[in-house]
Design a protein around this ligand. Sequence first.
Ligand SMILES: C[S@@+](CC[C@H](N)C(=O)[O-])C[C@H]1O[C@@H](n2cnc3c(N)ncnc32)[C@H](O)[C@@H]1O
Ligand SMILES: [Zn+2]
Ligand SMILES: [Zn+2]
Length: 368
Amino acid sequence: MPPSNITAQKRTEAPRCHCVPLSPGKKFKSLTEIMKTAKKCELDDEDFVDVCCEECGSGDQEEEMLLCDKCDRGFHIYCLRPIVVRVPAGPWFCSRCSGKEEVRAFPLRQTKIMEFFRIQKCMGGGAEKCRASPDVRRRRKRPAYLGSSKKSRKLLPFNPTEDPVQRLEQMGSLATALSALKMEFSNELTYLPAMAPRSANRAMLENGGMQVLSKEDAETLELCQTMWKHGEWPPLLVVFDSLEGFTVVADGHIKDLTLIAEYTGDVDYLLNRENDDCDSMMTLLLTEDLSKSLVICPDVRGNIARFINGINNHTPEGRKKRNLKCVRYNVNGECRALLVATRDIAKGERLYYDYNGYEHAYPTHHFV
Ligand SMILES: C[S@@+](CC[C@H](N)C(=O)[O-])C[C@H]1O[C@@H](n2cnc3c(N)ncnc32)[C@H](O)[C@@H]1O
Ligand SMILES: [Zn+2]
Ligand SMILES: [Zn+2]
């Protein structure tokens, strides 16, 4: 048995790596890198038994086999549902041993939802009045943008669902998903004392420069934020799929170039998260001096962006599914990551973007 196989199955301590991670999951090292430097386990011959995957029964591809740290049963990372993209740096427990609870639906009660999302009431009325508010409209200053936006590539604000019952279901679906992961809702970047300070988020430090969000697009972002705060959201539902885990579906038509969400969470230094097993980290700032690079970590706090799945960018079918892109912009000197529709999206379509914005650092070859 080659030592590398043993190394993979026993998941020896992963080496620290200074490669530049990108997009959600970027903090992982490639398996080849892990193999090159990971310490090898000393095992006596009689200690070693071939392990077969509990799902497919095969003992092949041992380098992609995970052993449960409690029951020692084996599973190919790609046979697990939802799949695990890379061998985790820390301990891993199979579903039986992790004792995960069933996903419990969030109560669809207006007051509960308002409380969960800390929705602000408009002065003298409900959320509907906010959208129609002349103040909000005036700030848009964008006559006839719908017709000309495609040519000029201007961002469009999202169009919330009119039906209040449907809107409650949309919010309930996100509350269900966030609660299942024990996450708190947050629609903006959070800066905590133990992590990176807000002053570390300087777009001018981006290696090669960061595109500046135009004044008009910044107004669209501001308008969307006002709508979000008042419970006016894009028509989206979070659903659970046995193959892909949580995933986001359009619950109404979404036009090309519509701003869907801002990628939010706690901002931290990339170097603090090198061995972090969170699979949803997003690059925020990539600096020449890596110690200044930042990531968004939506493991404690986050919004719907954290539930949007990625395409398999190794197959033409995978690439065809892409209907969003994640773009980082300089907004008033700070970096922000926005998810924007790249084509019209029909009601019922799932949302996908390419987790590998710049290079193939995120392993998507097992993605459906
Ligand atoms: C940013 S999270 C997306 C939300 C995730 N599906 C969940 O249930 O929390 C990234 C993880 O989702 C899963 N995932 C994303 N896109 C996928 C796809 N196309 N097929 C299968 N799994 C996918 C992988 O497990 C990946 O590590
Ligand atoms: Zn298998
Ligand atoms: Zn187990």
